[in-house]
Design a protein around this ligand. Structure first.
Ligand code: XLS
Ligand code: NI
Ligand code: NI
Length: 434
């Protein structure tokens, strides 16, 4: 262990009555929920970028964090990895996620970038073997460097498209080598600032072509992980092509990728798109493209993607309700795409924020499982749609036409009576569990 976290010990489950700030009150990894340990339902992951690469800057001020590994040398990248894996040991979460840029020094060209990434990948291999921490997903940062200011796969310059392709190849190779369970593409600058300079049709076609190449390469190297695209409506681009679940699904269908690519859904992105998180999860579930989640929350007043740690149990409970209802994660998990506030300077803040978030998710999961086991929401849903299950309705609807239904309405003198949607009663029901 490095000395960064001082004498902080591995976080233990102490039960709901514990007043220890650094203990789990709800996350009991071995506890069986609906036939499976909590650990395997939640599949927690730490995001390398927010916890170890982000320096605490905002649009009005520079770094606030003072971390001994900030800098551009390989030795510092390794120190950062040492501290990261120390934190993974303390938290005991099974997974982590990274972008190439989070983990390796930026080189002066593609060859140096790749060489640096390979060196760190090898270093990670040792650390992962030693700690048992696994890789939920890897990804390429194709939005920070100025070469990507007009997009990566949607850049008007084919040389940038090629550079991005080569970069994704190197990150897929690293992810494959580390047995990553998914590979993510978030299109930070795959969008536009103004239509005055944007050929939208060409950009979308290029994005489709790029993603097809990613899928082809996955099969070529025998990478068994799931390819995921992460929807977000805007920020940094004014308008991003991967707007939300519905938009991404339409895009995947248009380019024939709907059976190859799933989605990584982020709480804050759902809110930015004007949806609730459970809406995005339920829709992805329904379209067969739910892959994984980035768990966080936005500030409810500012309207920015503030990537705060989750702390709203009812919201988290409904998210897991839909995940569990759909059978739970397969390759996906709960990645904390969340960062400290820039005033939270201390090493212990990094630990407490994650431990608290893990506890919130565990509470949400337990509430979700209790609701599913109780079956109240399911039976209310079945009642509401019961008309569609009757033998008579099935007969009438089978091959129905506007004329046949008109005849039915006339012959039976159909005169429907409105029924209550019971929203408040259902909300009260949910509140019994959260
Ligand atoms: C940014 C995204 C990013 C992705 C990975 O808003 O959430 O962090 O998850 O590139
Ligand atoms: Ni985000
Ligand atoms: Ni994200």
């Amino acid at each position: 262990m490095t000395s960064f976290f001082g004498d902080i010990q591995k976080i233990a489950f102490e039960g709901v009555d514990s007043t220890n700030e650094l203990a789990f009150r709800h996350y009991n990894p071995d506890e069986i929920i609906m036939g499976k340990p909590m650990r395997d339902h939640l599949r927690f992951s730490v995001a390398y970028w927010h916890s170890f690469a982000w320096e605490g800057g905002d649009p009005f001020g520079g770094p606030t964090f003072d971390r001994p590994w900030f800098g551009d040398e390989m030795a510092l990248a390794k120190m950062k990895a040492d501290v990261a894996f120390d934190m993974f040991k303390i938290l005991g979460q099974p997974y982590f996620c990274f972008h190439d840029l989070d983990v390796r020094p930026e080189g002066s060209n593609y060859a140096e970038n790749t060489c640096n990434l390979e060196e760190i990948t090898e270093y990670f291999e040792g650390k992962m073997a030693e700690t048992g921490t696994k890789l939920l997903w890897g990804t390429a940062n194709m939005f920070s460097n100025r070469r990507y200011m007009s997009g990566a796969s949607t850049n008007p310059d084919p040389e940038v498209f090629a550079f991005a392709a080569a970069t994704v190849k190197s990150c897929m190779d690293a992810t494959h080598r580390l047995n990553g369970e998914n590979y993510v593409l978030w299109g930070g600058r795959e969008g536009y600032e103004t239509l005055l300079n944007t050929d939208l049709t060409r950009e979308l076609d290029n994005m489709g072509r790029f993603l097809s190449m990613v899928v082809d390469y996955k099969h070529k190297i025998g990478f068994k992980g799931q390819i995921l695209v992460e929807p977000k409506p805007q920020e940094p681009s004014k308008h991003q092509y991967d707007y939300d679940v519905a938009t991404c699904h339409g895009f995947l269908q248009k380019y024939g990728l709907e059976n190859e690519v799933k989605l990584n859904l982020e709480q804050g992105h759902a809110i930015l798109a004007g949806h609730s998180f459970e809406h995005e999860i339920a829709l992805a579930q329904s379209l067969g493209v739910l892959g994984s989640i980035d768990m966080n929350r936005n500030d409810y007043q500012s309207g920015w993607d503030t990537d705060q740690f989750p702390n709203n149990v009812p919201e988290v409970a409904l998210a897991y309700y839909h995940i569990l209802k759909g059978g739970g994660f397969t390759s996906g998990g709960t990645n904390f795409d969340a960062k400290l506030r820039r005033q939270s300077l201390d090493p212990v803040d990094l630990i407490a924020s994650h431990a608290g978030a893990m506890d919130i998710c565990a509470r949400g999961l337990k509430a979700a499982a209790a609701m599913l086991e109780d079956g109240g929401l399911e039976s209310a849903l079945n009642d509401r749609y019961a008309g569609w299950s009757s033998a008579q309705t099935k007969d009438v609807m089978d091959g129905a036409t506007l004329e046949s239904l008109t005849n039915w309405v006339k012959e039976q003198d159909i005169n429907p009576a409105p029924k209550s949607g019971k929203q408040e009663r259902l909300e009260n029901y949910v509140n019994r569990f959260v």
